[in-house]
Design a protein around this ligand. Structure first.
Ligand SMILES: Nc1ncnc2c1ncn2[C@@H]1O[C@H](COP(=O)(O)OP(=O)(O)OP(=O)(O)O)[C@@H](O)[C@H]1O
Length: 338
C-alpha cells in the first residue's frame, strides 16, 4: 500500500457545470516529492486541498498511511494532524510575531527543541532581524519565507505547498527552493507542491502530475514528461517544442523518409535542443534562419527547412538568411498520442 493513495476522487463546486477535480487517482510513496502543474483553473489547488482534508469530495477517497482523510464537513477543525498545508494566501497570524508564527506548531515540544528548531529555521530562511516583526511589516517574499519556515517547523508526514516560491525574488529563489527540497528530503517528508514554474517541477520533483480540466493527463518522472509528453497540451506546457504532422517531419528532414519506424500516423514532437546544426556546404537539404533570439546561454532560432518552420537551439549565433544543414537523431523523436 503506498503512503498516499487517491482513488477516483471528484469534486464539483456548487453552481459550477464542470468538476474542478474529475476522477483523479494517484499513488505516492513515502518520502516522494510530487509537483502538480497545469493551466489556470485546471484544478491544482482544489486537488491539494482535498488531499489535505480542506475540501470535501463528491466521490472517491483519499488515504494517508491507509487511513481515510476526510474533508471539512466531517471535522470540527478542518485538516489532518499529520498533514501541513501552505496555502497561496500564506495564512500567517497577523497579531503574532514572525517567531511566534514559526513556532506555533512547536508548542507541544520541550523548550530546548523549540529554540534549536526556531534558530535553525530563521537561519535557513534568512529571517534574521525579522523575528520580532509582525507579518504586515514584511514584504511579500519575506512573508513567504516565514510561511515556509512555519510549514517545515514540525516535520509533518505530508507537506502540501501551493505556489510556495511565487513571491521570492530571483536572487533568493534558487537558494530557498533548494533548501526546502533538501530539508524535506533530510526530514523524510513526503511533499506535494503546486507550481506554474515548469523549471521547478522539472528540477525539484521525483514525479510530475499534469492537470487539465480537473483530470491528471500524465503523471511521470520529469524527464519522461519533458521528452515523451503524452499529448500537445503537455508538450507545450513544458516550453518550446516542435510538433509536426508526419509528412512535415519528412519535408524538414528528407533523409528520415527511409526509416520505417518513423512512418506513424500521429504527430511527431521533439525539443529544440535535440536538433543538430552543421554549416551547409551545398545548396540542398538545408534550412534558412528566419529569426534569432538571444537567451543568455543559447540562441533560439527559427529555421525554415523544406518549407517547415522549426525551433532550434544553438550555442552559436546565426543571423537571419544564414543557410545551415540540420540533423536529428531518430531516437529523439517522440510520437504524441491521439
Ligand atoms: N470555492 C470555489 N467555488 C466555486 N468554484 C471554484 C472554487 N474554487 C475553485 N473553483 C473553480 O474550480 C476550478 C478549479 O480551480 P482551482 O483553483 O483548483 O484551479 P488551479 O489549477 O489551482 O488554478 P490557478 O492555476 O489559477 O491557481 C476553476 O474553474 C475555479 O473557478
Amino acid at each position: 500500500m503506498p503512503f498516499l493513495r487517491l482513488t477516483h476522487v471528484s469534486r464539483k463546486y456548487p453552481g459550477q457545470n464542470l468538476a474542478a477535480v474529475d476522477d483523479v487517482s494517484l499513488d505516492l510513496q513515502e518520502g516522494g516529492i510530487l509537483s502538480i502543474v497545469g493551466e489556470n483553473g485546471s484544478g491544482k489547488t482544489t486537488l491539494l486541498k482535498i488531499i489535505g482534508g480542506f475540501e470535501d469530495v463528491d466521490a472517491g477517497e483519499v488515504r494517508l498511511a491507509d487511513e481515510v482523510v476526510t474533508g471539512p464537513s466531517h471535522n470540527l477543525v478542518p485538516g489532518h494532524p499529520d498533514i501541513k498545508m501552505l496555502a497561496q494566501d500564506l495564512r500567517l497570524m497577523p497579531k503574532h510575531t514572525i517567531l511566534e508564527n514559526i513556532g506555533y506548531n512547536l508548542r507541544g515540544y520541550v523548550h530546548e527543541f523549540q529554540n534549536e528548531r526556531l534558530n535553525y529555521l530563521v537561519d535557513l530562511f534568512r529571517l534574521q532581524g525579522l523575528e520580532h516583526k509582525r507579518p504586515v511589516q514584511l514584504s511579500g517574499g519575506q512573508q513567504q519565507r516565514a510561511a515556509l519556515a512555519r510549514a517545515l517547523a514540525e516535520e509533518p508526514a505530508l507537506l502540501l505547498l501551493d505556489e510556495p516560491f511565487s513571491s521570492l525574488d530571483i536572487m533568493l529563489k534558487d537558494e530557498i527552493r533548494h533548501k526546502v527540497i533538501r530539508q524535506a528530503r533530510k526530514d523524510g517528508d513526503t511533499l506535494i507542491f503546486v507550481t506554474h514554474e515548469v523549471k521547478d517541477a522539472l528540477s525539484l520533483s521525483d514525479q510530475i502530475a499534469v492537470m487539465r480540466a480537473g483530470k491528471i493527463v500524465q503523471m511521470d518522472e520529469p524527464q519522461v514528461v519533458y521528452e515523451k509528453p503524452k499529448d500537445e497540451y503537455v508538450a507545450y506546457l513544458f516550453g518550446n517544442v516542435n510538433v509536426l504532422a508526419p509528412d512535415d517531419l519528412f519535408k524538414a528532414f528528407p533523409d528520415l523518409r527511409n526509416n520505417n519506424s518513423l512512418h506513424q500516423h500521429t504527430k511527431a514532437s521533439f525539443r529544440p535542443g535535440k536538433v543538430c546544426i552543421c554549416e551547409s556546404q551545398t545548396k540542398t537539404g538545408q534550412g534558412v534562419v528566419t529569426s534569432s533570439a538571444y537567451l543568455g546561454d543559447t540562441y533560439e532560432l527559427e529555421i525554415e527547412a523544406g518549407g517547415i518552420p522549426l525551433k532550434v537551439n544553438s550555442k552559436e549565433y546565426y543571423r537571419p538568411g544564414d543557410k545551415l544543414c540540420l540533423r536529428i537523431d531518430p531516437d529523439h523523436i517522440h510520437f504524441l498520442e491521439g
